[in-house]
Design a binder for this molecule. Structure first.
Ligand SMILES: Nc1ncnc2c1ncn2[C@@H]1O[C@H](COP(=O)(O)OP(=O)(O)O)[C@@H](O)[C@H]1O
Ligand SMILES: [Mg+2]
Length: 361
């Protein structure tokens, strides 16, 4: 069995009468990169603050390496922190910034020097020890903040939206770098973000939060392919979400009747939902029929007029009106097209039953 670094057991946090984190249970195995992902205000920072010890749970328990932390002060929790505002000391060199916490803890001088070297090595800033923060780029400053957090060799590192102040290119580069640093250190990371691409790119596992609760947890690809609710389908990636009014078991799957236009769709999921619900169809899973592989699984055939086309270079986004006031979004790799379809063209679409996900209403 994998050793657990962090356990949250039915943790609730209320401010006044209002619970902002509700009955949250979560286990993080040692060495995992876990992301807590959700929209602003869903309780991510509050959850992280409780793990760090800056906020006390109203009820429930938090354990680190098996030991209850409720009565342990933040400085005794052996946790590293990296926040959005990394706040390096401007009058201290990189090395002094990284060693600051160790000096406060009265670690021996030689030991501090070794750990500064190791930490700067880990974040690929070996040659920068004597620079001042103002002599570094934003990305380098953030890596110094990371080095400062890992220098005391904490058992876990908590990161709260650490990349949100960086511009897009740098943010994308830092995602990969952070993941590589984490893997090299073998350290448990709990990473908070509202950015689903960021969470998808870095995490071993994602916990999606909504309204103080866990909406879904799992590996990034699994959550994307098998969202359990309308919220998750909408929040993670893009999707076509259509309401249906009825469902019935049909063949090996389920047939649903869309509210709009009375279109029927077949889902491979065998699950008769009582009353209304939603189907989720990812834009890249829809094919224009001439592209459909021969002898494919049972498919849903739809016909519609192309209403909009956006050429993004690598990708095409097409909006096809499959019924009055009902458009479906398709994303296709540009290279698949010799000739771009024109607005007004009638297109035959097919969707594999496997790609029609049923969601409760
Ligand atoms: N100290 C506090 N007092 C009262 N309400 C708070 C406090 N901290 C956070 N909240 C509320 O708790 C909710 C969750 O906040 P937070 O955990 O910061 O969300 P997130 O990090 O996901 O954006 C928000 O509605 C916020 O206003
Ligand atoms: Mg926050």
């Amino acid at each position: 069995m994998t050793a657990l670094d962090i356990e949250l057991q039915s943790v609730t946090k209320s401010y006044g009468a209002l619970p902002v984190v509700r009955d949250l249970s979560l286990s993080v195995p040692r060495g995992e990169f876990l992301s807590i992902l959700g929209p602003s205000g869903c309780g991510k920072t509050t959850t992280l603050n409780m793990i760090a010890g800056f906020a006390t749970p109203s009820s429930g328990d938090i354990r680190i390496r098996g030991k209850s932390q409720v009565r342990v002060s933040p400085e005794h929790r052996n946790i590293g922190l990296v926040f959005q505002n990394y706040a390096l000391f401007p009058h201290m060199t990189v090395a002094e910034n990284v060693g600051f916490g160790l000096k406060m803890r009265k670690v021996a001088k030689d030991e501090i020097a070794d750990r500064i070297t190791d930490a700067l090595d880990s974040v690929h800033l070996s040659g920068f020890a004597d620079r001042y923060p103002r002599e570094l780029s934003g990305g380098q400053q953030q890596r110094v903040a990371l080095a400062r957090a890992i220098a005391p060799r904490p058992s876990v590192l908590l990161l709260d939206e650490p990349l949100s102040n960086l511009d897009l290119k740098l943010r994308e580069a830092m995602r990969i770098e952070l993941k590589e640093i984490q893997a090299a250190l073998g350290m448990t990371f709990v990473y908070v973000t509202h950015d689903q691409e960021e969470a998808m790119a870095m995490s071993d596992r994602i916990v999606v939060m909504w309204g103080g609760e866990i909406a879904q947890e799992g590996r990034p690809g699994d959550i994307y392919r098998h969202p359990k609710s309308r919220f998750v389908a909408d929040f993670i990636g893009r999707s076509n979400l259509f309401a249906f009014s009825q469902s019935r078991l049909a063949g090996t799957g389920t047939e649903v009747l869309l509210k709009q236009a009375g279109l029927a769709l077949i889902s491979a999921q065998r699950q008769q939902l009582v009353g209304e619900g939603f189907v989720c169809i990812r834009p890249e899973s829809i094919r224009i029929v001439s592209d459909a592989p021969a002898g494919a699984e049972p498919v849903n055939a739809l016909t519609g007029r192309l209403g909009r086309i956006v050429d993004l270079g690598a990708q095409l986004e097409l909006s096809v009106e499959i019924a009055p006031d009902l458009s479906i979004l398709l994303v296709q790799a540009s290279s698949e097209h010799g000739r771009l379809p024109a607005i007004g063209d009638v297109l035959q679409l097919s969707i594999s039953a496997e790609d029609v996900r049923l969601l409760p209403g």
